[in-house]
Structures are given as C-alpha cells and as structure tokens.
Design a protein around this ligand. Structure first.
Ligand code: PA5
Length: 442
C-alpha cells in the first residue's frame, strides 16, 4: 500500500487553499469514478487489477514456461512509450542489478529509439544467445518499434527458420486492426490484446506490462494483487485518500505558488525507470492546451552531486515528490577500520540504508529551506506487490489531477507533430506536400 505525506509543503501552502484544492480534487474524483469526464472511453485501466482473468495470467506464464523449456536466454521486448516504460520499470526495479539468476532469460528492450549503434550492439548480443522477441504496439504502425521488429524478425527467421520463428515471436497489439495484428495472424504468432479502452501509458497491468514482467521471472499475480488492494483504498472517498491529496497539493503548488516543475525523486537506482514511466504518465496526460506541470526526475544521492546545486539554489520553479522505500531487502553494514583515514568509523556498525535515509531527511530539510516544497509517496519495500500498488496510485491520481487542471487526461494529440515532419523528411509516400514545405524551412 502506498502512503502519502505532505508535511514538507506546510510552510508553502495555507490551510484554506489546501482545503479548496482538496474540494476540487474530490469533484475530479467523482468525475473519474463515475466516468463522466473527457476521455471516458479510455478508462479500462481502472478495473484491470480486479478484472484481469486467470486465463490471461496463465497465458503469460505459459509463454514464460515454454521459452524456458526451449532454453531461450534472451528476450528482446520491442516497444516505445506506453508500450515499453511500464515493463522496463518493473524489470529494472525487481532484477538483481548485476547478476542474472540461473535459468532466467535476460530481458532487454528495443524499438524505443532510432539509434543504429544501439540496434547493432543488441544484434551482437542476440548472436551469442538463444533469442525470442515480444513485439508490442497498440497501433502497429509506430516507426521506432516497426524498424526494430523488421530487423529482429529477419534475424530470428534466418537463424532459427520460419517455422521455429513463429514460436519465438509473440505480438501484443490491437484485437482486430493494424499492421502488427495482420502480420501476426499471417505468420501464426501467439498474440495478446491491448484493450481498446486502455491508452499506452495506462497499460502496464495489461499484457503490455504483464507478459514481459512474467517472462523476466517476476510474480504478476502479486503485482495485480498489490494494485487491487491500492484500488480498494483509493475508491474510498475521504480526506485520507492518498490520490486525492497528491492531486490536490500538486495542483495547488502549481496554481498558487507558481511551481511549474515537479521532480520525482528516488533514492535507489532500481527506481530510476519508475520515474521515467511516471514522466510519460503525467507529461502526456497533463501537458496540453498550454497547461501542465513539467515532470522531471532525479536519482539521489547521485544527482545531489549534479542537479543538487540547481534544486537548492537555482530558479525557484520546482517542487519535489519523493518516492520513499522504507526497507532495504538486502543488508550491507559498514565496518570499522583501524586507521580510519576516511574518518568513517563514526558509521561503523550502521547499515548503508541508514546513511541513505539520513541523506534523504537532510535533503528534505535543506530543500524546504531553499524554497522547494516536498511531498512523499512511500512503499514498504521494492517488490511486485508494492510496484503494482504504486502503478495504480499514480495512474488514479493522474486522472484526478488532470481533471483538476482542466484537461483530458487520456489523449495525446501533440505527439503527432514530430512524426509528420519526420515522415516528410524520410519521404514517406503520401507526405510529398509536407516534404516540399519543410524543405523550404531548413
Ligand atoms: O501513451 C501512449 O499512447 C504512447 O506513448 C504510445 O504508447 C506509444 O507512442 C507507442 O504506441 P504504440 O503502442 O501504438 O506503438
């Protein structure tokens, strides 16, 4: 379960303003719960934790088991944006940072950039491994994953033969339409469906996230249970509702205190991609119609030695939301040293996590003194259950927050602009007029 605190905002906001924004957030909560707002045909994510059928969970686990039996030790997950960041976040958070457990495939990601070097180096790895591919695209036409998939499809077919390739490629896409759906049907790939009523950035608890997370060896049942428990808690409309409070305070800091940037702060590199996932969720949901809070992130304590200066003393445009983890699942205790040249003997016998906690607390106080309000979202430890809970917490709060801000949380019209220019410059058929216009500008 996710806990929320905003005592680090007390000196920045007045009680009456807080009460007014909680009221606005309650109104937005009603709109989200009753499904009466803009974009309400994209609310399928709300029920996922409680309504995901056993057959779907079992189908994800079947792919995991079949690929294990085949001896597959590299799974390339191809996707971008909402078709990538949730799974990447969970795999990064739950995996051992350096050692792959025996019998588990390495799960890597492609199709989230257009770097030739990235693809070439990933092919180098694939050539040394027994490789399978999960290709994820709701639309089936997104350029980055389509390019990566074309290359990996050819490699898998040439290496293992066409018949075997069909057993090494799984597609996750629309139920009925799109290029990937057509191809998957034609080639006989196993397919999973991205529900029509779930947008990319809200899709981590659909097969888009669940399949790669299961294949990587993690417990998707526990993840769904954690999300379901969080959902139960967030559906209770009262002043302790963590999503209502988070949505209220961030909108208040934005509207009344002139804060234009929210920094999601983590103190564990395992959570760096939680922040990447969160940035897409809030950036795409709220950044439109000339409105929104710019979502940024830091991973401390590393970034205290780089971005720390700006956050402490630079332009006062930001507030912070710290994702706090109460307990480390591993123990490392600092030893004593006879010479004590590094003068660390005062820490002898202490857990490294104690130093991390004190750095976190010291930073909170320093940043508040420096004019940076701070909220805190905490989980007990990093595991599947708590990740499920925090995914659901941020999604639900995002819906409320965007309605408070007055935008449709579930569309992303702005992402087409770069694509049109890129297609014109790549001379995609049908873009001839734009090509001419664009060539005059460069
Ligand atoms: O949230 C979104 O809708 C986007 O980030 C998409 O997920 C992303 O562009 C990938 O789209 P698709 O899954 O259609 O390839």
């Amino acid at each position: 379960m996710v806990q929320f605190k905003c005592d680090g905002c007390q000196s920045f906001i007045k009680d009456e303003a807080y009460a007014a924004y909680v009221q606005k957030a309650f109104e937005a909560f009603d709109v989200l719960r009753d499904e009466t707002g803009e974009g309400n045909d994209f609310l399928g994510w709300k029920a996922l934790p409680s309504e995901t059928p056993e057959s779907l969970i079992a189908a994800c686990e079947d792919v995991r088991d079949q690929w294990k039996e085949k001896g597959i030790d590299l799974v390339v997950v191809i996707g971008i944006g909402g078709s990538y960041l949730g799974a990447k976040c969970a795999v990064e958070a739950l995996s051992h940072a350096f050692v792959r457990p025996e019998g588990q495939p390495q799960v890597v990601f492609a199709g989230n950039n257009l770097s030739e070097e990235y693809l070439a180096e990933l092919m180098d790895l694939a050539r040394t491994r027994s490789t399978a591919v999960i290709v994820i695209s709701k639309s089936g036409t997104t350029t980055e994953p389509a390019v990566a998939f074309r290359i990996f499809k050819e490699y898998i077919e040439q290496t293992y033969g066409k018949a075997e390739a069909a057993g090494r490629i799984v597609a996750i896409t629309d139920a009925q339409k799109g290029a990937l759906k057509t191809l998957a049907t034609q080639e006989g790939y196993k397919t999973f469906v991205v529900p029509d009523n779930v947008g990319g950035r809200f899709s981590v608890l659909t097969p888009v996230g669940l399949l790669p997370i299961a294949v990587a060896g993690f417990d998707i049942r526990a993840m769904l249970q954690g999300a379901a428990a969080e959902r139960e808690a967030l559906l209770v409309k009262n002043e302790n509702n963590a999503a209502v409070r988070y949505a209220a305070v961030r909108n208040l800091l934005h509207a009344d205190c002139g804060k234009a940037v929210e920094i999601l702060v983590t103190y564990n590199p395992k959570l760096t991609y939680l922040a990447e996932w969160w940035k897409q969720l809030y950036g795409e949901s709220e950044g439109k119609d000339g409105k929104g809070i710019f979502p940024a992130s830091v991973t401390n304590t590393a970034d205290l030695h780089s971005m720390g200066q700006f956050i402490q003393e630079g332009s006062r445009v930001m507030f912070e939301t710290v994702v706090s983890v109460e307990k480390s699942l591993r123990d490392v205790v600092i030893g004593s040293d006879e010479q004590n040249l590094d003068q660390l003997n005062y820490l002898a016998g202490q857990h490294v996590n104690h130093c991390n906690a004190m750095a976190q607390l010291g930073t909170k106080l320093a940043h508040i003194d420096g004019g940076v309000p701070q909220m805190e979202v905490s989980i007990a430890c990093i595991n599947e259950e708590n990740l499920g809970a925090i995914f659901y917490f941020f999604e639900f709060a995002c819906g409320i927050s965007a309605y408070v801000l007055g935008v449709n949380p579930f569309n992303q019209p702005g992402v087409e602009a770069y694509k049109k220019n890129m297609f014109a410059l790549l001379r995609k058929p049908g873009y001839e007029a734009q090509t001419e216009a664009i060539l005059k500008r460069i």
